[in-house]
Design a binder for this molecule. Structure first.
Ligand code: NDP
Length: 341
């Protein structure tokens, strides 16, 4: 075992964009990693980078407490059990997922380390994507809140990202006409050619507003970005439309309050609904999503793409890619290459 391991902690709260001072790397003594009777020591292999992390850096009330200055940055990840306490049933060598943070090693309670398996057609990192938070968010957001039906028009923003690309595919499986909004021509091509959306529209194109109008009116809008795109969708609602407020990434780096929405009166005239949700509230139903999504991965009808960043030390500079549109599909960090998972 090594004498020291690396972890990355919050150095200061960024007022706006994350920068080189936001996080700092620390060496910690491996001997400090003692396991209690109900705990496991996990060697981390992969980490998920998520837009929500920007919210966890704010000293504000939210669905989870903020990460404290000097605390290891919170992150979902995968790893392998390398030591365990007396009462633990998990075996040494078991692949697990959990909130391990930006660290090479983490001690967590056994109940916070979920045993996962790889099988034919399913990679370990699918458990950070389609079979993890991104997939569950797409599944429950679209099915429960969006209640999309065959023949309806579904518009998805952030469509070439982890959640968005899954929403597009679930919408197509439900028989909807699916329109994806993304920030580059390459992403739009990927959405049309690989994911199979009805049409993809580049919101950075000068003709975006006119292009958007060619969709006509929409029944479900799955909102990953908030801001002007949400406002535009609000002006294009069909009667009884549903707006799924999943995220508002355009506002996450804002200093002060985000700009308010203007076109909300259509919610009244079109008898429409707008509803936010947090995926963790569906935890009891994750097996339902896993069953459908793993079948789709195995038979190749659900596609996914990973943007892989090598090395824990590169996590701080990779996180901003989510806010500049540098990723297509799920952004993950490979922490430890040597482990066979
Ligand atoms: P993505 O993989 O979609 O990455 C973020 C993408 O957002 C970028 O690639 C970029 O793509 C786009 N983006 C960034 N800034 C802007 C902007 N100003 N305007 C429009 N698009 C922008 O991330 P995830 O799939 O992990 O997350 C998507 C959304 O889902 C986020 O808002 C996240 O907070 C939310 N979420 C919500 C959950 C919940 O429980 N409610 C759980 C998990 C995620 P582009 O090039 O197209 O601009």
């Amino acid at each position: 075992m090594p004498s020291y391991y690396t972890r990355i902690v919050l150095n200061e709260r960024p007022p706006g964009d994350i920068d080189s001072k936001t996080f700092r790397s620390e060496k910690a003594s491996y001997s400090e990693l003692k396991v209690g009777d109900d705990q496991v020591l996990v060697q981390v292999t992969w980490l998920s980078l998520d837009p929500a992390m920007r919210g966890w850096l704010r000293d504000e009330r939210s669905y989870l407490p903020p990460v404290q200055i000097g605390e290891t940055m919170r992150a979902g990840g995968l790893g392998v059990v390398v030591n365990k306490g007396r009462d633990v049933k998990l075996k040494i060598g078991q692949l697990v997922s959990g909130t391990f943070g930006w660290t090479e090693y983490a001690v967590v309670r056994e109940k916070d380390a979920e045993a996962i398996n790889v099988s034919k057609g399913i990679f370990d990192i699918d458990h950070l994507n389609t079979l993890g938070m991104a997939g569950f968010t797409a599944y429950f957001g679209l099915k429960d809140i969006g209640q999309v039906k065959a023949g309806e028009t579904l518009v998805v923003s952030g469509a070439a990202g982890a959640v968005g690309s899954m929403v597009c595919q679930l919408g197509l499986r439900a028989g909807a006409k699916v329109y994806g909004i993304a920030g580059s021509q390459d992403k739009c091509e990927w959405l049309e050619k690989e994911i199979g959306v009805t049409k993809a529209i580049n919101y950075k194109s000068p003709s975006f507003r006119e292009d958007f109008k060619t969709i006509g009116y929409l029944d479900v809008y799955f909102d990953n970005v908030g801001g002007d795109i949400l406002d535009m969708c609000l002006s294009r609602l069909n009667r009884n439309a549903r707006i799924v407020l999943c995220g508002a990434i355009s506002a996450y780096n804002s200093v002060g309050k985000p700009k308010g929405i203007q076109n909300y009166l259509t919610l009244i005239s079109q008898r429409a609904k707008i509803e936010g949700f947090i995926v963790f509230d569906y935890a009891k139903r994750y097996p339902e999503a896993i069953a459908e999504m793993s079948q789709g991965l195995r038979d190749g009808t659900i596609k996914r793409k990973f943007h892989i960043v090598e090395g824990l030390e590169n996590a701080p500079s990779a996180l901003p890619l989510l806010f500049t549109g540098g990723n297509t599909g799920k952004l993950v960090v490979k922490v430890n290459e040597s482990l066979k998972t």
